[in-house]
Design a protein around this ligand. Sequence first.
Ligand code: GAF
Length: 388
Amino acid sequence: MTAATTTTDTAAGRVADAFKDITGQPPAGVWAAPGRVNLIGEHTDYNDGLVLPFALEQRVTVAAAPRQRDNWTVTSLNSRQTRTFDQDDLRTGIDGWHAYVAGVVWALRDAGFPVAPADLVLDSDVPSGAGLSSSAALECAVLAAIADLNGIDLDPMARAVLARKAENEFVGAPTGLMDQAASTLATAGHALLLDCRSLDTSQIPLELDRAGLEILVLDTKTPHALVDSEYATRRASCETAAAQLGVPALRDVTDLPAALERIDDPITRRRVRHVVTENNRVEQAAELLRDGRVTELGRLLDASHASMRDDFEITVPTVDLAVETARRCGAVGARMTGGGFGGCIIALVPAGSSSAVATAVTDAFTAVGYRTPAHFVGVPSAGARRLS
Ligand code: GAF
């Protein structure tokens, strides 16, 4: 029996079938890892702080099998492209989407694990460039596949750490751990509370149904033009501020007014205020969810958005308009989610009202000439796993 016939998962079957068409063999298995939305806790991860993301149903699916050659092949069913890389590429680095795959091989080998060549076929329904961690989903799905193919026994947190290492050191994006941790460690029906210093995690039940609510995820379709350079600038600014304040990271600021008084530069002061208040908001959000007070999350989402807009300055007009319109049309709270400068918002809305709220945002966008947004209901889902 091939992987295609041992699973009832449609995406898994499709990718397994494509693998067979491309390589002439059935895959040894099919694995998947999800994208995420961050409920709250933006730009706190690389400040050693707290984050509260949940994994989405949307995911990257990978079919893979060992390959009797000296190189790896990767086919993307989305772009209909096949790329190869070999040992030399792992030493010198590569550009392009397959760097996320090669980076995982590199990170595993760098950690001392033998990794044999493989054929991989990928498919994804995580919107890319929308701030939903399509690249972390790719890294985590590939890592799950390659670890299993090579008999590498790694716990989920170790996998997330290695996937982040691939992104930071091979791809060259200076991100924190949130996205890879969400993609690997999330469980269905829960948000993942992650302490990015201790790496402690708790699964916090997201009982939206019981509160008569759902989470609308709306993609503003704003291109992330500045995201790489601005992300790096924000990160550098936080590190400079921590050094100035004599703390290992901004997470360690306990007396915010006193800290702000010690910083002369008004921009840096605002950056510090965002990180410290956002970290507090994550703690409060986890507390509310634990107490079953989901509706009250709304005011924290609103405060988080204001902080990202005014203090961290990572929102853009499309995102602000989407958030304002969602609130005006029934959301109990809304905020941008992800790294910033475009991408998605989340809105906590009455159950069943996502389409109506999204239509209101579409109308507001049309009125000022913005692109038509896309939307879906965010369903808290499971992290990386083997499907067949
Ligand atoms: C991006 C990064 F990849 C995360 O590590 C995190 O910093 C996020 O932006 C902002 O909260 O998704």
